[in-house]
Ligand binder design. Sequence first.
Ligand code: 13P
Length: 256
Amino acid sequence: MRNIFIAGNWKMNKDASQTQQFCTQLESHLQERDFGRVKAIVAPVHPFLAAAEGILRSAGVAAQDVSAHPQGAFTGEVSASQLASLGISHCIIGHSERRQYHGESDELVREKLLRLRENRIIPIVCIGETLLQREDGQTREVVLAQLEGCFEGVELASGEEVLIAYEPVWAIGTGKTATSAQAQEVHAEIRAWLKERYGEELAQKMHILYGGSAKPENIGELLEQPDIDGGLIGGASLQIESFCAMLDIALQNGGN
Ligand code: 13P
């Protein structure tokens, strides 16, 4: 049976003390009861990863990006091995904001995925179509092309070494959530692609998260869908109350 991930992508929000406060409160919430299959992850900015990692015992800590280079003269970049040396468990790659504002391609995302795998960090690979692409009826084609590019030549052994996040660009930060039916339709396409690429057993073990204006009010309905295995949440992950509310809803949704 798959886990349910509630992952907070904090983007460029929270300073050092806010990060510390949130993590302390989250850790105490997670210790209040057994969350079973529900797994919490938070993704602070790079400078505060160590502090988050030092506080959180019951949640994973994710970086928001990683360099495609293993080491060397790349000012401002952070390597996968440096993240691994901090004990970081996960790393978001290919987020639409990086694709849009930093011109990141599927080939680059694939390189980052490989660096993370070499360092045993679980990549959270983001894919998703723009509004224009959806309106043109290209959603399936776009998403599958992104998967082809990001996973080209990537071998998986258990299916648990990678998470996929379907984040329709038009739903990110806009308040427009994909309906649970719209999200499920694409998640099912993604799982069908995974089955073809990696076989039925691995495809069934792989986790596909939804992202795009997910919040306590809609996360329950999203998680009820058979191919939605969690959420990658931006805005609604910033307040401890709403993040914990989503964890509690996930738990009620059959997390244990
Ligand atoms: P919002 O939840 O703010 O729409 O952001 C989603 C996202 O981009 C998570 O990576």
